[in-house]
Design a protein around this ligand. Structure first.
Ligand code: 4NP
Length: 156
């Protein structure tokens, strides 16, 4: 069976999307489904290309057992044919992705992470933690753990 290829996208690819990628990888491994998925992440901007995730994100993620080693890269139109699902963290990410989709079929691959939030969730996007304190990073991880679990449920 073909692998399901998922690309997580945020603005800088140093906080939310590399965390989403690793949370998802960990859930996939927990369920013994490694052979069925290929996971990656990228940023709308290339400001941090080549960098490891933000130190604060790495520290908070590691406390929950997620080692973040992804190197930031910018998303581009050539990613679209390569992935089955392209998941944006907030409305600005989604709008930028829609603007770069090469075809209508590719645009259908774009989804909001919030589509997988539990019912009654107080948030409708994954908030950018970059200018926030520790609680912003914890919130991102809480939202991602819930939504990645539901995303995986929806695919398996
Ligand atoms: P991310 O967070 O989109 O979750 O990676 C940000 C990282 C960097 C910046 C903004 C958001 N920045 O402005 O450099």
């Amino acid at each position: 069976m073909d692998k399901t290829k998922i690309l997580f996208v945020c603005l800088g690819n140093i906080c939310r999307s590399p965390a989403a990628e690793e949370v998802m990888r960990s859930l996939v491994a927990e369920r013994g489904l490694d052979a069925m998925f290929e996971l990656d992440s990228a940023g709308i901007s290339g400001y941090h290309s080549g960098e490891l995730p933000d130190k604060r994100m790495r520290v908070h993620a590691l406390r929950r057992g997620y080692g973040l080693t992804h190197r930031s890269r910018q998303v581009s139109a050539v990613d679209f044919p390569d992935f089955d699902l392209i998941i944006g963290m907030d409305a600005a990410n989604l709008s930028a992705l829609r603007g770069m989709a090469p075809s209508v079929e590719d645009a259908r691959k774009i989804h909001a992470m919030a589509e997988y939030f539990p019912e009654g969730c107080a948030y409708d996007h994954v908030p950018d933690p970059y200018y926030e304190g520790a609680e912003g990073f914890e919130l991102v991880l809480d939202l991602l753990e819930d939504s990645c679990r539901r995303l995986l449920d929806s695919l398996s």
